[in-house]
Design a protein around this ligand. Structure first.
Ligand code: NDP
Length: 439
């Protein structure tokens, strides 16, 4: 029920974290004494608001707006805005909760937050998108600031939306400050921010494979999604000599054995905003499977043979049945570009199989890390080159991998990066909360 969300995704995310930090809580009793878990699962602040705007026909439209300011122990709240009809308070809460640990894991000074709206941008004109963004920011602006809370993009919020949101913030406050990340390159954006989440997920996979004396070179890869994360995952996979053969959107899945035509994919999704089915006009040898023909227990994109997989669309898009088929079909490296794309059962299966499995909160942290680099550039009024930002991103991903694997080893589960990432992320936030007292 949209009006009374059950918070299913939040419980799923919280259970995963609480389950995997148990060995730490048993070892270091003071976390329990300070009530850290009870404090962490409760957001510092949740803002819900009405967004009223007018469509092109002059009709009044009303949407729900959200911003959750979950934890500020490590720095200003940081996390994206999602515009998608499935958004509700539970989804925003799960994303905000994950963001706390992810941001901690980057090693940077950023707290956890998230926001969005149930607004559906599909089929809306540019003018409607602008009016919606202006109406959304007319309430959000009073809760954010460059040292308070710095939102970014997520599903349905890209460069265009960030532009309209930023313009309205500036109009309302008269202030030109780094209050959003993912900004245009001409007005405070960072080079390589657009590419960062996808590139980062690929760097993370590379780190996992290199640890086992392997590499991405020559690997056939499955990628889901066809948005910001998926596109730049595909781009970096090609650069590293891998062969991405799939992508997907909310209407269907595309399989192209020769490798996805990246230039065409960018044209279809970044410029024309059209369905993937149109890809067949240029490539009749590709295979398109509409959602109506998906297997009943999962997703067509995971049913092809490959060695690596990059879930990059949305939460719970990879089921237990998908996980079973993936493993049977030879996949032994999974790096999650999306947030919580694998169901809890699928995650258990990957951990039991001891494959290279990089959970989203570690593998997709390159996006938020580069957002922090954008904040640093804004604060010092400089702009770094693409190579400089990409170089830092690569180092940050290597750092996240090292923190995750060394923590997993410390707790005698060397292949379990879920445990490693959760404990490493938790420990830093928890220590900061203890040092800052009961606030
Ligand atoms: P985009 O809006 O750019 O793309 C999302 C893609 O996933 C689209 O192809 C969309 O299909 C598809 N999709 C979205 N929802 C569904 C759904 N319910 N069922 C099937 N397909 C769906 O978003 P991003 O690429 O930015 O985000 C993808 C994932 O990565 C999300 O989980 C996000 O939270 C996560 N993420 C993003 C970061 C970023 O920097 N952008 C940072 C860290 C994580 P269609 O085109 O048909 O809408």
């Amino acid at each position: 029920q949209k009006s009374s969300p059950a918070q299913t995704e939040f419980y799923q995310a919280a259970e995963e974290v609480l389950e995997s930090i148990r060995p730490l809580l048993d070892k270091d009793k003071h976390y329990r004494e300070h009530g850290i878990v009870e404090r962490l699962v409760e957001p510092e602040r949740q803002i819900m608001f009405r967004v009223v705007w007018q469509d092109d026909q002059g009709r009044v439209q009303v949407n729900k707006g959200y911003r959750i300011q979950f934890n500020s122990a490590l720095g200003p709240y940081k996390g994206g805005l999602r515009f998608h009809p499935s958004v509700n308070a539970g989804i925003i809460k799960f994303l905000g909760f994950e963001q706390i640990f992810k941001n901690s894991l980057t090693g940077l000074a950023i707290g956890g937050g998230k926001g969005g709206s149930d607004f559906n941008p599909k089929g809306r004109s540019d003018a409607e998108i602008m009016r919606f963004c202006q109406a959304f920011m007319s309430e959000l602006y009073r809760h954010i600031g460059d040292t308070i809370d710095v939102p970014a993009g997520d599903i349905g919020v890209g460069a265009r939306e960030i532009g309209y949101l930023y313009g309205q913030y500036k109009r309302l406050t008269g202030s030109y400050e780094g209050v959003l990340t993912g900004k245009g390159l001409k007005w405070g954006g960072s080079l390589a921010r657009k590419e960062a989440t996808g590139y980062g997920a690929v760097y993370f996979a590379q780190n996992m494979l290199e640890e086992r004396g392997d590499s991405l070179n020559g690997k056939v890869c499955l990628v889901s999604g066809a948005g910001n994360v998926a596109i730049y995952t595909i781009e970096k996979l090609y650069e590293l000599g891998a062969l991405p053969v799939t992508c997907s959107d909310s209407q269907g899945t595309l399989y192209h054995a020769k490798g996805i035509d990246l230039a065409l994919l960018k044209e279809l999704k970044e410029v024309r905003r059209s369905s993937l089915e149109v890809y067949l006009e240029a490539h009749p040898d590709a295979v398109y499977t509409p959602v109506s023909a998906y297997p009943a227990d999962g997703h067509a994109v995971w049913r092809y043979s490959a060695q690596a997989a990059f879930p990059s669309a949305t939460q719970n898009e990879l089921t237990d049945a998908d996980a079973k088929v993936l493993l049977e079909n030879g996949v032994y490296c999974i790096s999650e570009g999306a947030n919580m794309p694998s169901t809890a059962q699928a995650v258990d299966r990957f951990i039991d199989a001891r494959i290279c499995y990089g959970p989203g909160k570690a593998a997709n942290a390159g996006g938020v890390a580069t957002s922090q680099l954008e904040m640093a550039q804004n604060a010092s009024m400089t702009q770094w080159t693409f190579e400089e930002v990409d170089h830092r991103l690569k180092d940050i991903m290597a750092g996240i991998f090292q923190r995750s694997i060394s923590t997993a080893r410390e707790f005698d589960q060397p292949d379990n990066l879920v445990l490693g990432a959760n404990i490493a992320g938790f420990r830093k936030v928890a220590d900061a909360m203890i040092e800052q007292g009961l606030v």
